[in-house]
Design a protein around this ligand. Structure first.
Ligand code: ZN
Length: 297
């Protein structure tokens, strides 16, 4: 048990960048995905930026030490300050800059559980780590339960809560209708096994169901922005959810045969996927651990 916690800690700390160390070296890069849509990368979750007729909306905030550099990069794309910052979920690598952006005058929008999670103390089991409540200026001031539509310039922006228990319990996906871009947040770890935060309301089956619901919005040309990784089309997202489903079914069948967690790990049952999907910050054993723990509840 002790080993497992240690393993998670070592593997995941650098990737999620839970500390503000070395942020001086982080370079902000900008990729134009569509005429009016950009993806900004630095450290933490991918940031989306929609610019339409002099108005703009940003998705996710990365870490607080990066806010000034992110605002500078946004200013080079559009001189107007974004009207909204939408959080895809509560994790610090997506909301760490909330306070700075709110202080700059940007309205924070999210699914209502994001406000609850940010305003109360949290415990992340995978890191054995307590997260104190965030200051009040981090909290979303506009929240939705199931869905909400915003108009930004001439763009229709649809916010959807596709599952009550996915990556967390407060996931939101954002679809920009005219530009045909879908921002998935951490429901989509592009080409990798996902991190499912079981300790703040996530679940493997719920994540799969959420991705399947998101796919209903996806057409032939839709560009899909993951929480982490590269922008893809629908085929890659479809393959991702099929892999997750297959992994779930494989581990579930072994559990039904009465195998223990250690026995399942030793059998390396997901080896056909491990070479690609197991190279992110969720390694094959951690992914089996997640499925096993979740299905045992
Ligand atoms: Zn996350």
């Amino acid at each position: 048990m002790r080993m497992r916690v240690f393993y998670f800690f070592v593997v995941m700390m650098p990737s999620l960048g839970l500390t503000a160390q070395n942020m001086d070296d982080v370079e902000i890069t900008v990729e134009q995905v569509r005429a009016d849509y950009y993806v900004l990368k630095g450290a933490g979750g991918n940031i989306g930026l929609l610019v339409s007729d002099g108005e703009s909306l940003m998705i996710d905030a990365q870490f607080a030490p990066l806010s000034a550099r992110l605002l500078d990069a946004i200013d080079h794309i559009s001189p107007e300050l974004p009207s909204y910052l939408v959080n895809t979920h509560w994790h610090g690598d997506h909301t760490g800059g909330n306070g700075n952006f709110a202080d700059a005058g940007i309205k924070i929008v999210a699914q209502e559980e994001v406000r609850t999670r940010l305003s109360e103390k949290q415990f992340i089991r995978a890191f054995s780590r307590e997260v104190p409540p965030s200051p009040e200026n981090y909290w979303p001031t506009v929240t939705f339960a199931d869905s909400m539509t915003l108009t930004v310039g001439s763009e229709t922006v649809v916010l959807v809560h596709p599952t009550d228990a996915g990556h967390t319990d407060g996931d939101g996906i954002i679809y920009c209708v005219q530009n045909d871009v879908l921002h998935m947040g951490d429901l989509y770890f592009q080409g990798k096994y996902p991190y499912v935060d079981l300790s703040t309301g996530g679940s493997v089956d719920g994540l799969i169901a959420g991705v399947q619901r998101a796919l209903l919005l996806v057409g032939e040309d839709t560009r899909i922005v993951p929480g982490h990784g590269k922008v893809t089309g629908g085929a890659a997202l479809r393959e991702y959810v099929e892999v997750l489903q297959d992994c779930r079914d494989i581990v579930s069948a072994m559990m039904k045969q009465g195998m223990t967690l250690e026995q399942i790990k030793e059998a390396k049952p997901l080896s056909e996927y491990d070479a690609q999907y197991g190279t992110g910050f969720i390694k094959p054993d951690a992914w089996i651990d997640t499925i096993y723990t979740d299905l045992s509840r």
